[in-house]
Design a protein around this ligand. Structure first.
Ligand code: FMN
Length: 763
């Protein structure tokens, strides 16, 4: 895989002649090379353009109009049919299952730069900025703590989602302002506070014990914020700054300078109040600040294990804590560790599953980018407990910053000898090696046996279990596979004890769980809550409820393996058993809020089209079954369904669930079954050609009402020429030309564009 990645970096695809040469040089059979090259979506068989545009089509982006963004890029570049690259090879436009910035949906990555809240009309400007080569800012040096500066500092998170909200521009402006104003205060990287709906966040610490938090900061705000807290010691510099701030305020026509958040004020207070932070605990140190991590108690748990706990005792503590795997299935972590520990095996491994392929999930990305040392420490403890000599991170390639930060954190640990044996009892697992393996797409590679196949360099297809990886995993040896969040919880458990962990959450689901709260919710971001918290509290109190003027309809939990919980059932507690009872599942923690403008049949179709695309094709149940399910759902969403199709869909879903080889196929019907259970009426309406939410394009039409003020904005935004501009007059939509993309509705300032479902009498 690494060789293929290298070839692709050089040629922007995998040229057949080069693959042939590779086979000759390495004696790897050409069929095997071809097999791997064609399995992973990350590998290309035709050249990519000089610039790559990745349009996220994850759940949150999908419900917020990702297809309109994709259409806008394709139409701007004149791409037709299956083409993904423009004629002169400048741009390649690809849809990506999820970029892990769901709270900023819709999201696009232009080369290295991720941009949030994208609108179709911004597409030409985004393409132009890629041509200009807007700098990505690289990976900022958030490394070792710098000298004291009287305890003053400025802190800013530059994780992927904060970057997508403009954090790098803010960072550049802070650096410039510090330079111009001759202000000697360090700018440090911080862990992400998760408050994505107000990102970027800047924390200003003028002196120890005093802290001011600014939210939603833009580059234009920076000079005023810094002037308030850090006056220049040089009078000339101070005068220059005062003048420039005055001019800027005049130009922005802004009376008030940005104000810091009041710690006790709603709504931000509500976002925090119910959270309990263990995995995402912010100790005030930068992601790559090894000294800061150690000073805040980092690596104490590892040290405690090595110096005073036998490996078996570590397993016992984890077992007693009741920690259950956070990767989806909730398997008891201590039991799994015991199984690996009890196996005889020469070279056991620990694998950190950081594939996070669920569209709508970004917890693992954020933990890896913000708390890399915590995950590394958890892995080192796991290796010690099970006696593993090798630790591997398998990180999806869509998370380049996570790959960089984990790699840099590992380098820092190696340089400082942190992970080498410190205590007595040198034996297997005391000084494990660490490696980072990058994925190449394929959601199925999150399944543990498929992931092991990918690490071994073959096609990432799952195999039947048993044997489980704990019995025979990587290279046939016992292998512990754990999710990022599972491992990140371990240092806290060792430091604070099993009972402290059990004191949080419920008896069957102890501890906390992180969730990626996104979709049609007011306050989206990364949250960590005690297990057992009512779902309503998460959505209403933390998330602030559905967006303005809209009603909460359902919460999609658990991604393609999960399901939709209707608004009426949101009193259920969030734990493994209750979510399964309600027809969803914990999954890895994606939580996408849906409102009354979302069509539940369309949501089910979206997930089945995802699993169908991602099916590795090994077993018939999944390969053929998901295809047939998708055909039925396509029929329902396009108005060509027949009587009995809903019943056929239900039957088929049951067959796919029972006959598939791995969890991908077995859980693929869940979104269908849960929506059938809670929203059956919508399915029946679709058989009659009606979509009450007005989402299914072929079942609706757009009309312009008398509220039209003749501003022509709809005509300017219409991609198909269906609206002619007629200043000051009521506009009209040509139903033949209209592609029902909704661009006119999004552009209308007077809410004059109505969506008319077919069959409501106005047809
Ligand atoms: C299709 C599919 C995708 C999966 N994706 C992930 C993933 O992205 N991350 C993850 O930790 N587990 C994923 N899993 C679950 C893993 O197979 C495995 O159970 C998990 O990594 C074990 O770690 P845990 O015990 O800490 O949860 C997936 C399972 C299936 C069937």
């Amino acid at each position: 895989m690494a060789i293929l990645r290298g070839i692709q970096e050089r040629y922007r695809f995998l040229p057949p002649t080069v693959l042939q040469r590779l086979a000759e040089l390495t004696s790897i059979p050409p069929s095997r090379i071809e097999g791997v090259a064609t399995f992973y979506p990350g590998f290309r068989s035709s050249p990519a353009g000089l610039h790559r545009v990745h349009v996220c089509v994850g759940t949150a982006c999908y419900v917020k109009g990702a297809d309109r963004i994709l259409d806008a890029f394709r139409s701007e570049l004149g791409l037709e049919g299956g083409q993904d690259t423009d004629r002169d090879g400048t741009f390649t436009v690809e849809s990506t299952a999820c970029l892990g910035c769901c709270m900023l949906a819709p999201v696009v990555r232009m080369d290295e730069v991720t941009v949030g809240h994208v609108e179709p009309h911004q597409v030409p400007a985004l393409l132009a900025s890629a041509l200009e080569g807007t700098p990505s800012g690289g990976d900022e040096g958030s490394g070792p703590s710098v000298s004291d500066h009287g305890g003053a500092s400025i802190r800013l998170c530059t994780c992927t989602s904060c970057r997508a909200s403009g954090a790098m521009e803010v960072r550049a402006e802070i650096q410039r302002e510090l330079r111009v104003g001759a202000v000697d205060v360090p700018l440090r990287s911080s862990a992400c506070p998760g408050v994505s709906y107000r990102a970027p966040i800047v924390d200003v610490v003028p002196r120890p014990g005093e802290s001011f938090r600014y939210a939603g900061v833009t580059a234009a705000d920076v000079s005023q914020i810094l002037l308030r807290h850090f006056p220049s010691t040089r009078p000339a510099a101070q005068a220059r700054r005062l003048l420039s701030v005055a001019v800027q305020r005049l130009m922005d026509n802004r009376a008030e300078p940005p104000a810091p958040l009041d710690a006790a004020s709603a709504p931000d207070c509500a976002f925090w109040k119910r959270q309990v932070r263990i995995v995402t605990e912010d100790t005030g140190t930068g992601p790559l600040d090894l000294d800061g991590y150690a000073a805040a108690g980092g690596f104490q748990a590892l040290e405690k294990c090595r110096s005073s706990l036998e490996p078996g005792e570590v397993v016992r503590v984890v077992r007693e804590s009741g920690l259950r795997g956070r990767g989806g299935a909730g398997y008891p972590t201590g039991r799994k560790w015991g199984e690996v520990r009890d196996r005889a095996g020469g070279s056991k491994s620990v694998v950190c599953n950081a594939d996070e392929g669920d569209p709508g999930a970004f917890m693992d990305r954020l933990v890896l980018e913000s708390f890399p040392f915590r995950v590394i420490e958890g892995m080192a403890i796991a290796a010690y407990a099970v006696g593993a000599g090798r630790c591997l991170f398998y990180i999806r390639s869509e998370y380049p910053l996570a790959v960089r930060r984990i790699s840099r954190a590992l380098e820092a640990c190696r340089d400082r000898g942190v992970l080498r044996a410190g205590g007595p009892g040198a034996g297997p697992g005391v000084s494990p090696t660490f490696e980072v393996v990058e994925g190449a797409g394929a959601f199925v590679c999150g399944e543990e046996t498929a992931m092991i196949a990918a690490i071994e360099g073959t096609r990432g297809c799952p195999r039947p279990r048993p044997p489980y990886p704990a019995q025979a995993g990587l290279e046939g040896e016992p292998t512990l596979v754990n999710n990022v969040e599972t491992l990140a919880a371990v240092p806290w458990i060792i430091r604070n004890g099993a009972a402290a962990f059990r004191a949080i959450g419920t008896p069957s689901s102890p501890g906390t769980k992180t969730f990626a709260l996104a979709g049609k919710v007011r306050r989206g971001g990364l949250i960590e809550v005690p297990m057992g918290i009512p779902l309503r509290e998460v959505v209403e109190e933390i998330g602030g409820g559905a967006q303005e003027k809209r009603a909460l309809k359902a919460v999609q939990i658990g991604g393609p393996s999960g399901g939709c919980i209707p608004a009426g059932l949101t009193d259920i507690p969030v734990d493994f058993e209750s979510l399964t009872w309600a027809g969803a599942m914990m999954g890895s923690g994606g939580m996408v809020v849906l409102d009354d403008t979302d069509c539940m049949v369309n949501v089910a179709r979206y997930f089945v089209s995802f699993t169908q695309r991602e099916s590795c094709g090994t077993c018939t149940g999944c390969r053929v079954g998901t295809r047939l399910m998708l055909a039925l759902l396509d029929g329902l969403c396009s108005g060509s369904a027949r009587d009995g199709d809903v019943e056929r869909l239900e039957e088929l879903a049951d067959v796919v669930r029972r006959t598939s080889l791995c969890g991908l196929g077995r859980s693929a019907p869940n979104p269908v079954l849960s929506t059938l259970r809670h929203f059956r009426g919508e399915y029946d309406e679709h058989v009659r050609g009606r979509c009450r939410a007005g989402q299914c394009r072929q079942l609706i039409r757009y009309v312009i009402t008398d509220a039209c003020i003749g501003c022509t904005r709809c005509a300017q935004r219409c991609p198909s020429g269906a609206v002619q501009p007629r200043p000051y007059e009521r506009h009209e939509i040509d139903p033949v030309r209209c592609v029902r993309c909704g661009a006119c509705k999004a552009a209308c300032p007077s809410d004059a564009v109505a969506v008319i479902p077919k069959g409501d009498g106005r047809d």
